[in-house]
Design a binder for this molecule. Sequence first.
Ligand SMILES: NC(=O)c1ccc[n+]([C@@H]2O[C@H](COP(=O)([O-])OP(=O)(O)OC[C@H]3O[C@@H](n4cnc5c(N)ncnc54)[C@H](OP(=O)(O)O)[C@@H]3O)[C@@H](O)[C@H]2O)c1
Length: 208
Amino acid sequence: MKLLVLGATGPTGRHLVDLAVRSGDSVTALVRNPAGLGDLADRVTAVTGDATSPRDVSAAAAGHDVIVSALGRGNSVRADGLFTRASEAVIGAARDNGVSRLVWLSSFGVGHTFAWSSTAQKLIYSTLLRSLYADKAIADERIRVSGLDWTVVLPTKLTHGPAKGAFLADDRLPMKGNPSISRADVAAFMHRAAHGGEWIHRSPVITD
Ligand SMILES: NC(=O)c1ccc[n+]([C@@H]2O[C@H](COP(=O)([O-])OP(=O)(O)OC[C@H]3O[C@@H](n4cnc5c(N)ncnc54)[C@H](OP(=O)(O)O)[C@@H]3O)[C@@H](O)[C@H]2O)c1
């Protein structure tokens, strides 16, 4: 399968790319700075560009089966329009190039799932993460009405821990406290979702 990965230099994106190439996928990484790929560089096709640029994403998307996004703002708590702008570019690029499948990493607590959060989660989502979550909510909704075969992935707090291989994934999960899941497990879930039809037109919540 031919994957276009956005956010390939980030910690979740790196897990995803590594998993994909090890399982035989052909991976194109749209990156702002190819040096950020490090040891992955010789295993992927790196295309330099910006994920918020319709022209860059469209040029990179040609000939792919699926677009997978693990975009994020790193340590910043300000969205700076990343998710709204990138979602617009990605949807346009997918349509322009006949790529129907999109696996998009968002966050649990965004949009309608805020109401399902625990008290501890609500406090963080509505204060520290407010800007990111507002921008993600718009992007996620835009994707849901895009007409694409989308999956919007909603993990709880991310850790740098190893993949456990066992975690919960469902349209809705009960929340208590501030649960987490490793980026390695999130990447494995996204990779599996990209290869199968089970999660099309669904927004799975995933957590340990
Ligand atoms: N932290 C948590 O607890 C948590 C919980 C749930 C969900 N999430 C979400 O999970 C996602 C991934 O998080 P993460 O920590 O693994 O990754 P991250 O550190 O946020 O990585 C961000 C990635 O996006 C890329 N990127 C950002 N803006 C870009 C642009 N304009 N064009 C191209 N690439 C761009 C970065 O590239 P550069 O290398 O060029 O910067 C990097 O590869 C994020 O959306 C985050 O909000 C996080």
